[in-house]
Design a protein around this ligand. Structure first.
Ligand SMILES: *[C@@H]1O[C@H](CO)[C@@H](O)[C@H](O)[C@H]1NC(C)=O
Ligand SMILES: *[C@@H]1O[C@H](CO)[C@@H](O)[C@H](O)[C@H]1NC(C)=O
Ligand SMILES: *[C@@H]1O[C@H](CO)[C@@H](O)[C@H](O)[C@H]1NC(C)=O
Ligand SMILES: *[C@@H]1O[C@H](CO)[C@@H](O)[C@H](O)[C@H]1NC(C)=O
Ligand SMILES: *[C@@H]1O[C@H](CO)[C@@H](O)[C@H](O)[C@H]1NC(C)=O
Length: 443
């Protein structure tokens, strides 16, 4: 199956978004269930569950055959249904060894942390009691765990109940905390592809995420909803199509234009990347209209440099993805994919939105930040490399860009730090490509 092959190989394509270097921030999956610690991020493609006795979240590597027999009826129905119904959407089986590290990189670095007052904590504890009560009503089940599908349905019910008449008595604070907790739980659950499809079939995109992303005024809720959207659509073609049909793409680009909050911009870039990746129709529709402009706006606005690094990385990933498909899938191999990607006029979109000039100005005016942040510097250098052919005429005639790159290169080259030296070498190669016709170097 050509499409499956294309997707599998593309999964290996470089699609890094800034990742945490701090190892313990990321959950290390094994074949055994392990607890997910507070604040840890989980890679995509894992099996996640909530242990109702300890109230802890646990995860392990996804092993379809081994897990199947443990699942009770509903879960199997869901899985089988998903398998038959979405066969054409050809989600490649999770490639743990190769894609795990890529998946890690594509997760946003920060986690939202919320401080609860003592009263809120009390309420949250009370909320959890309803869980144990619900658990009792399922006591006929041998397994002490609910299936993921049941959990998702229950979380959606609970969310819907919050807006019902009889819940109006709840304090707004309590409501907010409960909504955030529900979204947090969903965020863990929908990393599993079948769970994400179940969430969609149950109307989670329309009923919960869309109103939050479009109309919610509380920024914490909006950010959480955008994160869940990113998790639902990550490497999940059917979910990407559904989210695209619901016009999430243009809602996300609007957030990119209007927001200046680091966490919101980061989450939105993550969700937009998940939505667009390996989905040429969405790339065409969204980037040819508001998308490219929104991404360029992020590069030019007042916000943290690491957010801009994510924006340029998203653009760079798309360019790399296109080149990869075109170089490896010629007309005879996968004519449809090749034709769709050939139609993406990324150069035109970037040039007509002054991307090259914006990046020139951005780098030239952020010398000190870039000297301080080798991580960000690396992402910018990769972004420059990927778009070098598109922007060469602008960048090769920019003395300030050349000066900034040379300064960073020299400073990094003389540091004792291996990573900085590596970045310096990348910059050296880039300078050669951009300015090779001018042979003399400053310094
Ligand atoms: C990371 O976790 C390991 C064991 O899980 C521990 O020994 C180590 O000290 C941790 N490192 C940090 C930076 O917390
Ligand atoms: C939602 O409310 C209904 C009653 O309106 C109740 O029966 C149900 O248990 C509630 N569900 C959750 C998950 O709280
Ligand atoms: C957002 O709010 C407007 C005005 O109240 C409403 O018409 C629209 O349907 C809402 N959109 C969503 C997705 O809830
Ligand atoms: C194309 O695929 C081959 C393996 O099939 C791989 O070695 C090569 O690197 C790919 N081309 C690009 C541009 O990545
Ligand atoms: C991309 O746009 C440019 C400028 O409008 C045009 O010259 C070029 O033919 C277009 N390329 C494709 C592949 O559509």
């Amino acid at each position: 199956m050509h499409l499956a092959k294309a997707l599998t190989i593309l999964l290996l394509a470089k699609c890094a978004i800034i990742a945490g270097k701090d190892e313990n921030k990321t959950f290390e999956a094994t074949n055994e269930w392990r607890e997910i610690k507070e604040g840890q991020e989980i890679p995509a493609g894992l099996h996640v569950r909530i242990n109702f006795q300890t109230k802890k979240k646990e995860a392990k590597l996804y092993e379809p055959e081994k897990d199947d027999h443990k699942h009770i009826a509903l879960s199997n129905v869901v899985e089988n249904e998903a398998k038959t119904k979405h066969k054409e959407a050809a989600k490649p089986a999770p490639k743990i060894s190769k894609t795990l590290s890529e998946a890690l990189k594509s997760l946003p670095k920060e986690r939202l942390s919320i401080d609860y007052s003592p009263e809120q904590l009390e309420q949250i504890k009370r909320d959890f009691k309803t869980y144990s009560e619900l658990k009792k009503s399922f006591s006929e089940l041998k397994d002490k765990f609910k299936t993921d599908a049941e959990l998702i349905t229950q979380l959606l019910d609970e969310y819907k109940n919050l807006s019902k008449e009889h819940e109006i008595s709840l304090k707004p604070q309590t409501k907010l905390a409960t909504k955030l907790r529900i979204l947090e739980d969903l965020d863990y659950l929908v990393h599993q592809i079948d769970n994400a499809l179940w969430f969609i079939d149950e109307g989670g995109l329309e009923k919960i995420l869309l109103p939050l992303v479009v109309n919610e005024t509380n920024i914490d809720l909006r950010i959480k909803a955008v994160r869940v959207l990113g998790a639902v659509t990550l490497n999940n073609p059917k979910a990407q199509i559904k989210a695209f049909e619901l016009n999430f793409g243009s809602h996300l680009t609007q957030i990119l234009v209007s927001s200046t909050a680091t966490e919101e911009l980061s989450a939105t870039l993550y969700a937009l990347g998940s939505l667009l990746r390996k989905f040429p129709l969405a790339l065409q529709k969204i980037l040819s209209t508001s998308g490219t402009q929104a991404l360029t706006t992020v590069l030019a606005k007042e916000c943290e440099l690491k957010v801009k690094a994510k924006a340029i990385t998203l653009i760079s990933d798309i360019i790399v993805e296109k080149n990869l498909v075109l170089s490896n899938y010629s007309d005879s191999d996968n004519p449809l994919a090749a034709a769709q990607y050939a139609d993406l006029n990324i150069s035109e979109w970037l040039q007509s939105n002054a991307f090259c000039e914006t990046v020139d100005r951005l780098i030239s005016t952020n010398l000190y930040e870039l000297l301080d942040q080798p991580d960000s510097a690396e992402y910018f250098v990769i972004g420059l490399e990927s778009s070098e052919k598109i922007c060469k005429s602008v960048w090769s005639t920019s003395p300030q860009l050349r000066h900034t790159l040379l300064t960073i290169k020299n400073r990094y080259m003389h540091s004792q730090n291996e990573f900085r030296i590596e970045v310096a070498q990348m910059i050296e190669r880039l300078i050669e490509v951009l300015y090779s016709s001018k042979s003399h170097e400053e310094l």
